[in-house]
Design a protein around this ligand. Structure first.
Ligand code: SF4
Length: 326
């Protein structure tokens, strides 16, 4: 199927521009847990994780299957098919599941080091929470910018505190802002030091909570513009089995967005977001489709993106076309 040009700045195209060819993510599982599950920095032991998160810690389905393997073997397994099929040469080593910096620095550094020995890795991507990003962790990430670009993917989820409460994140919006500001200031310092590679600071958001507001979405976009975040990854709110949200959803506590309602929210956010900010993704995909409660459109990998692009084009809307508005 011919893909519609995106009315927003896509991650895939930004990587092609940077590395001169299509660049593929190899998702690696580090086998960690996270503070809201083990109670280390989160509210308390037994908190049981964020309300939307399943037992796999937001891992991709295949990464989860391979999580017991050494890092290089996970990457080899992930790369073999795409190397054959697409002659892939450039890769992003992507540590996504759970909170990838939530353990002793020496332990996760060994994994990052191993990942960077995989031929063709041009970028190290690391997902973590705002409260798991002390300066020592930033320094480790920055140390790799002598060799590869580093992409920090911060689980902001929302800048509206009632939404963060609904998600049971165990941190507030100020914690996310502090982490973003520190990371971006550090990235600037690395540039001033003349590091050959970049520290990219991106934010992950979940749109569609029942108490989310249009004003909050616009404020979030403007805040990201002001701070100068490099990228944003959007996920719609979906409900997975065996999560806290499943129980609440089944009692009728809240409703999920239809596809079109989600498009309207995502578009509102994107239209106020600076067009230079890279959009990693405009919607999520249920990582384990058999464990999805809803909405049903969460399992369609390609169509929601294609429909969304057409939906934006039909309205003449683009990322950033309202970014100058006060
Ligand atoms: S979303 Fe991240 S921090 Fe929250 S429970 Fe899942 S793995 Fe832990």
């Amino acid at each position: 199927m011919q893909s519609t040009p995106a009315p927003f700045t896509t991650y895939g195209e930004s990587l092609i521009r940077k590395y001169g060819g299509k660049t593929y993510k190899l998702t690696v599982s580090g086998g960690q847990t996270c503070p809201t599950r083990d109670g280390t920095f989160g509210p308390r032991k037994g908190w049981g994780g964020c309300s939307f998160c399943d037992v796999h810690g937001s891992a991709s389905y295949f990464a989860n299957l391979r999580k017991e393997l050494p890092v290089r073997m996970q990457m080899e397994a992930a790369a073999s098919a795409i190397k054959k099929r697409f002659k892939a040469e450039h890769f992003v080593a992507y540590f996504q599941s759970y909170t990838t910096t939530h353990e002793e620095i020496a332990e996760f550094k060994v994994r990052y080091d191993e990942a960077l020995t995989f031929p063709g890795v041009v970028r190290l991507a690391v997902g973590t929470r705002p409260d798991c990003l002390p300066d020592e962790v930033l320094a480790v990430l920055g140390s790799y910018t002598d060799r590869v670009d580093v992409q920090l993917e911060l689980g902001v989820q929302s800048l509206e505190d009632p939404v963060l409460d609904f998600f049971e994140r165990g941190h507030d919006s100020q914690a996310a802002l502090d982490a973003l500001e520190r990371a971006l200031a550090y990235a600037q310092k690395l540039r001033e030091q003349g590091k050959p590679k970049e520290l990219d600071v991106s934010a992950h958001l979940i749109l569609g909570a029942p108490m989310e507001t249009n004003e909050g979405l616009i404020h979030t976009a403007r805040t990201f513009n002001r701070l100068g975040v490099n990228g944003v990854k959007l996920h719609h709110l979906h409900v997975l089995k065996k999560t806290k949200l499943e129980k609440r959803f089944k009692t009728g506590d809240f409703a999920l967005l239809t596809l079109e309602d989600y498009f309207a929210r995502a578009a509102l956010f994107l239209r106020h977001l600076d067009a230079n900010i890279v959009i990693h993704r405009t919607h999520g995909l249920a990582p384990h489709p058999e464990e999805l409660v809803g909405p049903a459109w969460s399992t369609q990998k390609i169509h929601p993106v294609e429909l969304f692009k057409k939906w934006m084009h039909e309205r003449g809307w683009r990322q950033g076309d309202l970014a100058g508005q006060k």
